[in-house]
Design a binder for this molecule. Structure first.
Ligand code: BG6
Length: 510
């Protein structure tokens, strides 16, 4: 396919500004707020999708005035904005930032919050709508919600709404996720709860649905008759950075699989929903999660692989082993890599393996491939071609977002020789690069009350129930040979063996 900078027939934006509201960010002095949330809100303002009647109230322990908070955020945005900051727009935006110092465990702080919200609401005309974003340590989620409720701040009356966005991780296993769901549902209706998974904010992840359901040519082959296997790689070249303390308790399995990886699996495998209404989409996603075959302890040993990185070289630089990262114990047995094979027990996918792998300190960032069956070899039997390759459909989620399909073609010349060629689509060639943090769409949807891209309680619990048997076996049998892959490589060799046993291989980055 010819590659050129080309404008596609893009339909006009149909969006209108989100509903008036105050967004209260718990954990406002943390990383998420400065790296993602504020830049995302600014991007919404730039796209004119931010309501004019809007304000942010930052809540965190550190003592700060509104003015000091505005200065801090104005300083941070220089580093984390995804596009040049327009001074006039920023000035408009920054006037709508407020700050309240407080301890999330202190009931008095919520009384103060209540008074501030009333004041800001009057000043900015936000119609009494409050959106709470919980970007704190997960241990505080339940408590914050209970406290908000006791202070009357979750009550929806006189046509105003109160919504809560809860960051991941939502629990650390099936029991804790159930307990958290139970606790928050004592005081909130499901329609007020927005469990966020930022993978659903990524354009290319959302595009999986468009790719499948807005095109006639792929859906007929999207099943066990034509797809040989699906492989999904979420690789990161970074290590754990400053998050060692959190990560060491979580590990790659909990950090990535029941949430981000399973979003990719469900969007790939689900049946067409009857509409794009939140529950219609989520019903189909949860059916897939329920259909994933639970692994027996023997299967866990056979079909899953864990790894931890030792020191190695990435991009020509020597990087330390996981056990030498800050806040990681020197004898840590936490995995930084996981690979597994899963089956989805339904009519469409019976016997099609889904191979998943994710890890830190891998050679590059790279995502999702679908391998489509080989054609019958019969026609080429008398030629020097030994084997036909399967066609490969690749969805690149990041970076270089795009889609490619490769297939065999005759290499010009008197002999019959086959080469593999690519049809490639790159987002940036068609749509330019759209500066985004991945949180814009999610915040915007929440302001409009659209929960399609948020997780429902049954999705979270079913996701955990799939990984539980793996957690149990891994806990009972700690790995004795960590570290077992060098930083800058594709994980332990067992991950390659997992594929090789089935006569397949992981596709590496080009
Ligand atoms: C987070 C995980 O949810 O997602 C991190 O906790 C991971 O460990 C991150 O690095 C990956 O997100 P992204 O958007 O950089 O692919």
């Amino acid at each position: 396919m010819e590659r050129r900078n080309q404008k596609s027939a893009v339909s006009e934006p149909q969006g209108h500004a989100g509903n008036p509201c105050i967004m209260v960010v718990f954990g406002a002095s943390g990383d998420l707020a400065k790296r993602k949330l504020i830049p995302a809100l600014y991007n919404l303002a730039r796209e004119q999708l931010m309501p004019k009647e809007f304000a942010v109230v930052g809540f965190a322990r550190r003592g700060m005035s509104h003015e000091a908070f505005r200065e801090k955020i104005s300083h941070d945005i220089k580093e984390f904005a995804t596009s040049p900051v327009d001074p006039d727009l920023w000035n408009w935006f920054v006037q709508r930032l407020y700050y309240l110092p407080g301890d999330v465990q202190d009931a008095n702080a919520y009384q103060k919050l209540q008074s501030l919200l009333v004041e800001v609401d009057k000043e900015r005309g936000t119609h009494g709508n409050y959106l709470y974003y919980l970007a704190t340590e997960p241990d505080f989620f339940s408590q914050i919600i209970q406290q908000l409720s006791s202070a009357g701040l979750t009550r929806e009356e006189n046509n105003c709404w109160r919504r809560v966005i809860i960051e991941k991780p939502f629990g650390h296993d099936i029991e804790s996720a159930r307990a958290l769901n139970r606790e928050i549902k004592e005081v909130l209706k499901e329609s007020q709860i927005y469990r966020i998974d930022h993978y659903l904010g990524k354009e290319t992840v959302q595009n999986i649905m468009v790719f499948r359901f807005a095109n006639g040519i792929f859906e007929p082959i999207w099943n066990r008759r034509y797809i040989d296997h699906v492989q999904i790689t979420v690789a990161e070249d970074l290590g754990v950075g400053q998050r060692g303390g959190f990560y060491d308790k979580a590990g790659a399995l909990r950090d990535m699989v029941p949430n981000h990886m399973f979003q990719l699996v469900t969007l790939t495998a689900m049946e067409p929903p009857i509409s794009f209404e939140a529950d219609a989409v989520r019903d189909e996603q949860v059916k897939i999660l329920r259909a994933i075959q639970t692994l027996s302890p023997e299967e866990v040993l056979q079909y899953t692989v864990r790894g931890q990185y030792g020191e190695g070289i990435i991009g020509g630089k020597r990087v330390p082993a996981y056990r030498s990262e800050s806040n990681v114990p020197p004898d840590s047995i936490t995995e930084t890599f996981v690979a597994m094979k899963l089956y989805i027990d339904n009519w469409r996918w019976a016997n099609v393996p889904f191979y998943l792998r994710t890890g830190k300190r891998l050679p590059c960032r790279y995502r999702g491939r679908y391998s489509i069956q080989r054609a019958p070899f019969v026609l080429f039997r008398k030629t020097n071609i030994e084997q036909l390759k399967p066609n490969l459909l690749v969805l690149h989620i990041q970076p270089d977002e795009g889609i490619s399909l490769n297939f065999g073609a005759k290499v010009p010349g008197p002999l019959v020789r086959l080469g593999t060629v690519d049809m490639e689509f790159r987002y940036k060639d068609y749509f330019g690069s759209i500066p985004s943090t991945g949180y814009e769409r999610l915040l915007y949807d929440c302001m409009l009350g659209d929960a399609t891209l948020f997780q429902r309680n049954d999705m979270i619990e079913t996701g955990w129930s799939v990984v539980s048997p793996i957690q149990d076996v891994w806990k009972a049998l700690p790995h004795r040979k960590f570290p077992n892959y060098a930083a800058g490589t594709w994980g332990p060799h067992e991950a390659d063996d997992l594929m090789a046993k089935d006569g397949r291989e992981w596709k590496k980055c080009q």
